[in-house]
Each structure stands twice: as C-alpha cells, then as structure tokens.
Design a protein around this ligand. Sequence first.
Ligand code: PHE
Length: 343
Amino acid sequence: MNATPPDKQAALDSAVADALALIDQATDAQAIRAAVNAATGKKGPLAAVKAGLGKVPDLDARKALGQAVNEAIARVEQAAHGRESVVKRAAFAGSIEADREDMSELALRTSARRGRMHLVTQATERLEDVFVGLGFRIAEGPEVETDFHNFEALNMPPSHPARSMWDTLFVDQDPQGSVVLRTHTSPVQIRVMQEWPPPIYAVMPGRVFRKETPDATHMPVFHQIEGLVVDRNITFADLAGTIESFTKAFFGESFTSRLRPSYFPFTEPSAEFDIRRPDGSWIELGGCGMVHPRVLAAAGLDPEEWSGFAFGFGIDRMAKERHGVEDIREMYSNDVRFTEQFS
Ligand code: PHE
C-alpha cells in the first residue's frame, strides 16, 4: 500500500498543529469555530492539499492522501469539540459566580425574628381561659348566617323595629334578605341550644360585621364573645354573680361590675354591664339578660322547664382598653411594629 508522500504529510501535520494551537488559545465558541475554519475552510491549508489530490496519478496513493486529509480534519474537529466543552463549562461557572448573592448578613443574624399574636387573638385566648376556668365550654358558629338565626329566633320577626339596632350587611342570595353577615355572636346561642342538650354553660367568640364607617372606636368587622347558660332554676342573681366572677378573674380583684337596665329583644329583663376600674372610672362592656322564653322555644327548649342567661361583649374594645390603644384602627394597620409592642 502506498504511503502519503512525506512533504504532503508534513504540510498536513503543520496545518493541524497550527489549528490546534489556535483552538487551545480560544476562549469562546466563536474563536474555536474560526480556528477550525482557518484550517479546514476552502482557502485553508488542508483544502490546498485536498485540491492536489486530482494530480496524484496512482489510485492507491490518491486514496492514502485523501485518507490523510480526512484524518487531519478529524483531529482538528476533535480538538475543537474538546475545547468547546471546556469553554462552555467555564462560561457556566462564570455566570453562576456573577449571580451569586451575598447572604452573609442573613447567615450571621443571631436572633430569629419571631411573629406575634394579634392583640385580639391574645385577648380571645385569655377570655377563653378565664371562662373555661369558670366551667364554660367553647363553641363557634358561622360568620355568614341565616336571617332566622341572626334575628328571627332571637325574637325579632321580619320588620321588628329592634332590627335597626344592628346595621346589617346582607348577602346577595335568593330569597333576598334571607342571608346576612352575622351582626353579633347571639345567633350561636340558637345553634348551641339546637345541638346541645341542657344544661349548657358555653362561651362563643367570633367575628361579627356591621355596616359602619371605621373611626377611632368602631370597625365594620370586629369580635364579640357571647356567653350562654341554660339550666334549671337559673336566676338573674346567677347572671350578676357570673359577670362579677368574670370581672375579678379577668381584670383583677380590684375591679367590680354593675348592671344597668337596658333592652334587647332576646333577653328579658335586659341590662348593660359596666366594669369599675380601681380609680373609680367605669368602662361600658356589653349587654346581658335572662334568655327570653320565646328564644328558648325557638331553639326547641321548653321554657317551663329551662331558664338561662346570656351576655355578649366586644373583644376588640377590651384589648384596646387593656393596652391603652388610642385608635382601634391601629390594631388593623398590619404593621408588625405595632404588634411587636404587645407580647
Ligand atoms: N348581641 C348583643 C349585641 O351585639 C349583646 C347581647 C348578647 C345582649 C347577649 C344580651 C345578651 O349588642
């Protein structure tokens, strides 16, 4: 078999060596391709050798030279591929480095930032604790209520004037006016009486809604806690005694309570209750009274057999009072710097 003539082989070797040197120096894909083209392109040294193929008269010698040219091209391509993957990896590492974020400040932070419970949540939990301590169970009801539970079963038939004591938000649901956002937690009294056989000693905290414009002492969404006792021979004295025990347990021994005559359609007699601070000033807290016989009957209990009392008051107002918050809207400003002051 005919070998490639030494001069041609030398030309190929030196063209390959030149190309490999260029490829080795290249730092991006474009430079690598340029080096490949310089060696193997139409005007390159390998093409020149290839062009002379036709002038080789001996068939075997021509084949051998053709093979040598192809091998030279293959060596250049192989070197280019190798270099390309190196350059690609370097570019990727570079972009990772460029994207790096300095997190050392976060990593060095010694104390984790902890969340705080909202003032209303804190007050609700404390109230629940006190009432559980007095022997009450906790119940909850829906925030979207039927007119029946929110008004009718509480002795306010449709168009009863007392309905205007609550500025009601109605849900757009047919028949219109049949579904409301509950205006107080009293509808939960009805649900508890419908579900639990007496004797009942329960408190029912929750969110309530009224069509109000927010100001320093009002919010359209706020919280109440309802109390309900249904048992045999429950009297007004039991109500007054419970309010007094609660006052001392929650606010402290130096606080007392008083009841003032008032009106609610679902209690008879009805009263407002106030708390007396040690300095002699009074805080108006909520409403209460003996459960109206018609309310017991609407919930399916026999008023001849059972009697009871109920009370309800605003939790937000208590939290505001306890922490000396000036404007109730501040409690809902969603500013952690506010909540962080109280824990
Ligand atoms: N539901 C009454 C209100 O929101 C408060 C109340 C509850 C009064 C229970 C009497 C008995 O104003």
